[in-house]
Design a protein around this ligand. Structure first.
Ligand code: ZN
Length: 282
């Protein structure tokens, strides 16, 4: 299934057409997109079909598929090639930061850069938790995942590395610093879910490209590790880390400028496309 947030309503996109889930289930599932993350609702949704009366999906109608996550966990350094390229030791356990839930924005929304001069991109595969669990063994990790999305872990590098103490979480949590989408794609629709191409372009120039089979901590390992002492709840998101090619690692470092368009892609899921603009949120 391809789960979408269409003008604020939980929907499925079937053959390019929008099926409004509340209408199609006669109200058994409400219109709140967060309902569609819950794996208990998936059997009912799986039977829905699109007919000619259903609208074609349009980019401008799409919001973030998981608009109000409970928490957002973000993983640092999870691509082997990226660690080698950055001359960093391969971590033996994940390194984690958080993004505040209010950073989430839609797949085609403008991202506001305010008056910041060191805003940077990070394409990431994003997991949504669909079944609560703690001490989840890696063997059943996928049973807790509702779906996968494309995400951009936007970061203010100035705040992130401001001396004397690094401050990742605040630097990655500004309003609109978490574009996600375009759809939440259920794992059964991704036959190669452990080996997906991932890439990012700035104004059409390829900056990042990798495969998720290069993960140091594959999805099942991450879920087992994250849930050792922390309950994962329905609607939690996990940003699984980025690969080489971020602006901060370029020579010289190159940050996003007003009007640039960033396209982030994951095979089998799609592309999110956000224009980065100077200015405030009004
Ligand atoms: Zn990241």
């Amino acid at each position: 299934m391809r789960i979408a947030n269409v003008e604020g309503r939980g929907s499925l996109v079937i053959d390019g057409r929008v099926v409004d889930v509340e209408t199609a289930t006669s109200g058994r599932i409400t219109s709140d997109p967060m309902e569609l993350v819950d794996l208990r609702n998936h059997p009912l949704m799986a039977d829905l079909v699109a007919d000619e009366d259903c609208d074609q999906v349009s980019e401008s109608s799409l919001g973030p598929p998981v608009p109000r996550p409970r928490k957002i966990i973000a993983i640092a350094l999870n691509y082997r090639s990226h660690a080698v390229e950055a001359n960093k030791a391969i971590p033996t356990e994940p390194h984690v930061m958080v993004k505040f839930p209010t950073c989430i924005t839609g797949p085609y929304d403008d991202v506001l850069m305010y008056d910041l001069e060191m805003v940077d991109y990070e394409v990431e595969l994003v997991l949504a938790i669909g079944r609560q669990g703690v001490r989840i063994p890696s063997s059943s990790a996928w049973d807790h995942i509702s779906g996968l999305m494309v995400g951009n872990d936007v970061s203010d590098r100035n705040e992130q590395f401001r001396p004397p103490i690094r401050q990742f979480s605040m630097a990655k949590s500004y309003d609109r610093f978490g574009p996600t989408g375009p759809f939440l794609v259920t794992p059964e629709d991704l036959p190669n879910r452990d080996d997906l191409e991932i890439s990012l372009m700035v104004d059409g120039e390829l900056r990042q490209q990798a495969r998720t089979s290069d993960f140091i901590f594959p999805v099942p390992v991450l879920i087992e590790w994250l849930s050792r002492y922390v309950t994962l709840e329905v609607g939690d998101l996990v940003f699984t880390g980025t690969t080489g090619g971020v602006g901060d690692s370029m020579d010289p470092p190159t940050y996003l400028r007003n009007g640039q368009v960033v396209e982030a892609f994951v095979e089998g899921i799609g592309t999110i496309r956000n224009r980065f603009v100077t200015g405030d949120c009004q």
